[in-house]
Design a protein around this ligand. Structure first.
Ligand code: CP
Length: 314
């Protein structure tokens, strides 16, 4: 595996999960793999979990890490080719990316959807420039359309907590005050569709995800019905894909409450974090015994470590 931008980059999904479980048992057992290797983490957007877990993963493998928060610490970067650079962006990605590539062995990139142009976002304009120009392996730390390290950690967490071979996993839209990208739900659905799990997606009308991620999966528009018998509830907000980037609803009837969780099969509650309390999910559920959000976040280390190890081992 050279780059990691989606589940499709993995040579074998079951093998990746098994490797992550082994790494979790023995996280410092592969320090030789990253000796004298350097990872640069480039952030165009804020982060807590991805930044710390990916750095921790790299350090567990014996790597050095360098972090650049482009919009705070670096020169503002132009991404369009052929423009007259007379604005507020003094550096072009066309030079910056290969320069960064000369300083390291792996680059991690976080570049969210900008919501200005759906085609630019859905063609992964920024991420693909890193792949094209850096000369080194690139790991997506959440791009415009996918968050594969998160999905990997989600899968690992479900594997750890499932009590039956084919659990019912429900992705539920929930309300949020700001427009959020579709990267997490896109990636989660795409990843879950590679498993044997029973996957159900529920959201209000107008929040349909891109077909490339949903495939033949039908939406259950009745959230209560979707929750019936569920073993895992994965809550997330996203803005509309069809009316790109718009908020069509802030209906608090979609908030995950204890009453809704009672419809489930004592489902575990999952969310990628950060989460808006009492918008997405009530305090009672988030602080309750079925919430596994912190374990899910911890697994970000082992999913990232598995990916970096695979890349380093070539
Ligand atoms: N889940 C996640 O990616 O968290 P951060 O945005 O804090 O990195």
């Amino acid at each position: 595996m050279r780059h990691f931008t989606s589940v499709y980059d993995l040579p074998n999904l079951n093998d990746a999960i098994n490797q992550a479980r082994q790494i979790k048992i023995n996280p410092y057992g592969f320090q030789h793999v990253g000796k004298n290797k350097t990872m640069v983490l480039i952030f165009f957007n804020a982060s807590l979990r991805t930044r710390l877990s990916t750095q921790k993963a790299a350090m567990n493998l014996g790597m050095n890490t360098m972090v650049l928060n482009v919009n705070q610490d670096g020169w503002r970067m132009e991404s369009e080719l052929g423009v007259i650079m007379d604005g507020d962006k003094p550096e072009h990605m066309r030079e910056a990316i290969p320069v960064i590539g000369r300083f390291c062995d792996i680059i991690g990139v976080r570049a969210f959807a900008g919501f200005e142009n759906k085609e630019d976002d859905y063609s992964e304009k920024i991420l693909n420039q890193f792949i094209q120009y850096s000369g080194v392996p690139v790991v997506s730390m959440e791009a415009a359309t996918r968050h594969p390290l998160q999905s990997f950690a989600d899968h690992l967490t479900i594997e750890e907590y499932k009590t039956k071979p084919r659990p019912k996993v429900v992705l539920s839209w929930a309300p949020h005050p700001k427009a959020l990208p579709q990267a997490v739900p896109n990636s989660f659905v795409e990843w879950m569709r590679q498993t044997d799990y029973e996957l159900v997606v529920t959201h209000p009308q107008g929040y349909e995800l891109d077909k490339q991620f949903m495939g033949d999966l039908q939406v259950e528009y009745n959230q209560d019905k979707a929750f019936e018998g569920a073993d895992f509830i994965y809550a997330k907000n996203w803005s509309s894909y069809t009316q790109y980037g718009e908020i069509l609803s802030k209906d608090m009837n979609w908030t995950v409450t204890a009453d809704k969780m009672r419809l489930t099969n004592d489902a575990k509650f999952m969310h990628c974090l950060p989460v808006r309390r009492n918008m997405i999910v009530t305090d009672e559920v988030l602080d309750g015994p079925f919430s596994i959000v912190v374990d899910e976040a911890e697994n970000r280390v082992y999913s990232a470590q598995t990916i970096l190890k695979m890349i380093l081992e070539g």
